[in-house]
Design a protein. Structure first.
Length: 440
């Protein structure tokens, strides 16, 4: 059976910037920068005629308009545009700990999005199984955060060790906002399958959460059967357009992307294409299925489409393993086997992410207690006690539910009750996101 690469000759046609072959439907989907009637095309630029000329009489040809309205060499990478759109509310703020899906970029760039965390460098990261360039300062089992090469490594132009800022420079990030350094990337070149780079992390300042998404996501990492995603709905969280969803149009596409004067137009293979769900500055966004499975890393698009790397290719070509939660200090996925109790212990351990404004009024977390014994799949009532530095209006968010409260002069602390859902797959511990601060 043919593959998408068998139809890459169509990328030589005028206006064609992407092509995908769907074996299940025996269909070639061709993405064009502008759609013209057949009588306006030369024979060598008519994709229907080109396909028939090579003897493919049974395959269906579907031409999809990318919406540029002009002839182009390729799609746009979504972090190198000259005009960067305004960020969605809260996305350009300074976040500590840092979640995925907010403004992040190289100190010499404009704006992008921080992506999947935690990703663990594998044993063969600098071997034959990986195509990455890595810093000597990191090695197997170290944790990193991912985004695009063109967000962290400036499309191959950055030196290892360059500063990564949160928020991005365009959003006001400066030297005091450094959250890590560039430590690895896969070079952008023809035939590559990913646009990915990694930065170093300070684990105390990172959150394995994704801004404004379900706290239990990712529920899994997809490592195969990508053809089944055609027609499904995917959701991303990113700096510019926030949380948006779109339908998968292609699952193994070869696309041309314009990376600027230095890199020119580069052909990437094996890409996911959805309809519109992103704009400039969303590059690096993590992309999920509706059940929370991590499937892609967003990097490019047009006025009509969004293009994402398959997350399995990101892992393989960079030489990392994306984890579902931050591991224990020993590098494992949780508690050591030697620490396993002989009898059940009905307790819950919390990772508490509390964001506060260190200037002016602050809100501090005093305690979190459950009224009933937590168990996987249950919804239990939690009492959260906070204390304020001074009277005023404050906000408190627990497990995605946000409330406001007034603290009077004679109040030493305040207790609020929240309903907390325990994930079905929870084992011996559960991470509960608790955040709060002053209302400006």
């Amino acid at each position: 059976m043919p593959t998408t690469q068998d139809y890459e000759y169509l990328l030589d046609c005028e206006n064609v910037i992407g092509v995908d072959y769907d074996e299940a439907e025996n269909e070639v989907r061709v993405f064009v920068s502008r759609k013209l009637p057949p009588d306006a095309l030369e024979d060598e630029d008519d994709v229907e005629k080109r396909v028939r000329e090579v003897g493919d009489t049974e395959v269906t040809v579907d031409v999809v308009d990318a919406g540029y309205g002009e002839e182009r060499e390729g799609f746009d990478p979504l972090a190198t545009l000259e005009v960067v759109p305004e960020a969605a509310t809260g996305r350009s703020d300074r976040h500590r700990p840092v979640p995925g899906g907010v403004s992040e970029a190289n100190a010499e760039l404009s704006a992008g999005t921080g992506g999947p965390y935690p990703a663990r460098i594998t044993e063969d990261a600098d071997g034959e199984a990986s195509e990455a360039v890595w810093s000597d300062a990191v090695g197997p089992h170290d944790l990193v955060r991912l985004s695009n090469n063109h967000v962290y490594a400036r499309s191959n132009e950055a030196d290892i060790g360059e500063s990564i800022l949160q928020p991005s420079p365009h959003d006001g990030g400066g030297p005091d906002d450094e959250v890590g350094e560039l430590v690895g990337y896969v070079p952008i070149e023809d035939g590559v399958r990913v646009d990915v780079a990694a930065r170093s992390v300070d684990r105390e300042r990172e959150a394995d959460r994704y801004h404004e998404l379900d706290g239990a996501w990712p529920t899994d990492v997809r490592r195969g059967e990508y053809g089944e995603l055609r027609g499904e709905t995917l959701t991303k969280t990113g700096r510019t357009t926030g949380v948006t969803s779109a339908t998968v149009e292609a699952t193994s596409a070869s696309v041309e992307v314009e990376f600027g004067a230095e890199q020119g137009t580069v052909r990437l293979r094996d890409q996911l294409i959805t309809d519109y769900m992103s704009e400039g500055g969303d590059s690096g966004s993590p992309v999920f299925r509706e059940d929370g499975e991590l499937v892609g890393l967003l990097f490019a698009g047009s006025f009509q489409q969004t293009i994402c790397n398959r997350i399995e290719n990101v892992e393989r070509q960079l030489g990392v393993e994306i984890l579902l939660e931050e591991p224990g200090e020993d590098g494992g996925g949780g508690a050591d086997e030697d620490d396993e109790p002989d009898v059940p212990v009905y307790t819950t351990t919390f990772e508490t992410d509390l964001e506060v404004d260190l200037e002016g009024a602050t809100l501090d977390l005093e305690s979190v207690t459950f009224d009933d014994r937590p168990s996987p799949g249950a919804t239990v009532s939690a009492t959260v006690v906070v204390a304020a530095s001074e009277p005023g209006a404050y906000w408190l968010e627990v497990d995605g539910e946000r409330r406001t409260l007034e603290i009077e002069a004679d109040d030493s602390d305040r207790a609020l009750e929240f309903d907390v859902s325990i994930p079905d797959g929870a084992d011996r511990s559960v991470a509960l996101a608790v955040r709060g601060g002053a209302v400006e």
